[in-house]
Design a protein around this ligand. Structure first.
Ligand code: SAM
Length: 244
């Protein structure tokens, strides 16, 4: 393991990792490699790639303008849900760097969540809430709906579909942070209706180059401006088949 590369990469985005955080990232990486032998968690297995494309990428939100004090809110125990977390991205790296967040991980595939339960035990995270289900169903449950300060999601669907999955979880004046590629503008142009129906407003779009790479990440910071009408999200499968 090249801990220097890990530390230097995080330094580049202004995060100085503690020894404990380095050891947690190393453990997480090893757990992914081990599990990847028996199930398809990720195609990214090279250590340097995993650091850049999974770990640092997950934390790229610290580069957003700090008008809304994301870092401070995270340190103060913000409620964060990661929708379609898969092998734990971006949720687990966020929890390693900001252990104070009250994190919920949601995915529709229970095998992945079994892996994440194991990861949380190994990393000593006994306060992570892990939910099996589809966003379309879980977002209607009292105590989950319009509850979170932040919803984060990476690589789960197009922005219209994803907004219908994610915005219902966010409380008024909270934020949905969507991890997108440089094609985000195209997706945004299709999203006007979805945002107005779901009560979302784009407040920042920013593209960053990930350290020691030519890979870029575009983040969309979408604010929740009011209550999402109860009809959303629609029945499971509808948001992806027939986006708003
Ligand atoms: N976010 C992770 C990442 O960036 O590596 C995983 C991305 S993976 C391509 C998409 C994940 O979203 C899968 O684990 C899938 O099971 C989950 N997913 C897709 N649709 C979902 C839904 N409607 N509700 C909950 N999870 C969903």
């Amino acid at each position: 393991m090249d801990d220097k590369f890990l530390r230097d990469s995080f330094d580049q985005i202004g995060i100085e990792l503690t020894d404990d955080q380095v050891s947690k990232f190393d453990k997480y990486y090893n757990l992914i490699l081990e599990k990847n032998k028996v199930m398809n968690l990720t195609k990214i297995t090279d250590y340097h790639d995993a650091v850049t494309k999974h770990f640092v990428d997950s934390l790229s939100l610290v580069l957003l303008d700090d008008d809304i004090s994301i870092i401070k809110r995270f340190h103060n125990g913000a409620l964060v849900i990661d929708v379609g977390t898969g092998a734990g991205f971006p949720g687990i790296p966020l929890k390693i760097v900001f252990p104070e967040i009250r994190l919920t991980l949601l995915d529709s595939v229970n095998k992945k969540l079994d892996f994440l339960r194991h990861v949380c035990t190994e990393l000593g995270f006994n306060d992570v809430n892990i939910i099996h289900g589809r966003a379309e169903d879980i977002a209607h449950i009292k105590g989950k709906r319009e509850t979170f300060d932040f919803c984060v999601s990476r690589a789960v669907g197009n922005l219209e579909t994803l907004s219908e999955y994610c915005l219902p979880f966010v409380k008024k004046n909270g934020f949905f942070i969507s991890y997108k590629s440089e094609k985000a503008d195209e997706e945004l142009s299709l999203c006007k209706h979805a945002f107005s129906e779901l009560r979302g407003k784009l407040v920042q779009e920013a593209t960053f180059e990930l350290p020691y790479s030519d890979i870029s990440r575009t983040l969309l910071l979408i604010m929740k401006t009011g209550n999402t009408p109860k009809i959303y999200p629609r029945k499971a499968g509808t948001p992806s088949r027939n986006p708003l």
